[in-house]
Design a protein around this ligand. Structure first.
Ligand code: URA
Length: 210
């Protein structure tokens, strides 16, 4: 994957995203749509996974059939909203290992501080997909990618539902080698750091908090 930003404009993705943005959508509906849309985005992000072939016997004859070359995947959720995107990817790639990154924002320095980090072994040999529905300022996403690189990851992709131009620019500056796949590049961040038009607080909407 070479382009830094891919916006998936598939009609099903765009339709489901509209339902998710609608403030009338229930918590259960929001969670289900996030799982479905993530599955469609994961299809896009795994498009270039390397293939090899295996000799198999169909009922008709022997053939050399394509099969994944075996590069293992690590899926990393950026807490807490990233958790809502785990199932959608795991349904496509059930053998993926799963990691978690927890960051909070220090109110004085405004810098992201790590409070939890747990990653699968052998990150350097894996395709690492970091998931967080909202790429807003990009500060926590860039910090999460720093942690993954420190832990050895070299082939990382970032999967989100919505991206703000500010977050994309921040990620491009900090991690130009990490392609981003999203369902929409929204207009801007507001003064509180929310994506506009956005969908509100993704964590609150999927977990029913607030
Ligand atoms: N996080 C969210 O959940 N929503 C936004 O709009 C921005 C960051």
């Amino acid at each position: 994957m070479s382009d830094h930003l891919t916006v998936v404009d598939h009609p099903l993705v765009q339709h489901k995203l509209t339902l998710m943005r609608d403030k009338g959508t229930s918590t259960a509906g929001f969670r289900q749509l996030l799982r479905e849309i993530t599955q469609l985005l994961a299809y896009e992000i795994t498009r270039e996974m390397p293939l090899t072939t295996r000799t198999i016997q169909t009922p008709m004859e022997e053939m050399e059939a394509p099969i994944l070359a075996g590069k293992k995947m690590a899926l990393v959720s950026i807490l807490r909203a990233g958790n809502g995107m785990l199932d959608g990817v795991l349904e496509l790639v059930p053998s993926a290992r799963v990691g978690f990154v927890g960051l909070y924002r220090d109110e004085e320095t405004l810098k992201p501080v790590q409070y939890y980090f747990k990653a699968p072994e052998g990150l350097k040999d894996r395709l690492v997909i970091a998931v967080d529905p909202m790429l807003a300022t990009g500060n926590s996403s860039a910090a999460a990618i720093d942690l993954l690189k420190d832990a050895g990851a070299t082939d990382i992709r970032f999967l989100c539902l919505l991206a703000a131009p500010e977050g994309v620019a921040r990620m491009k500056e900090a991690h130009p080698d990490v392609p981003i796949v999203t369902a929409s590049l929204d207009r801007e961040l507001n003064e509180k750091g929310y994506i506009m038009p956005g969908l509100g607080d993704a964590g609150d909407r999927m977990f029913g908090t607030k």
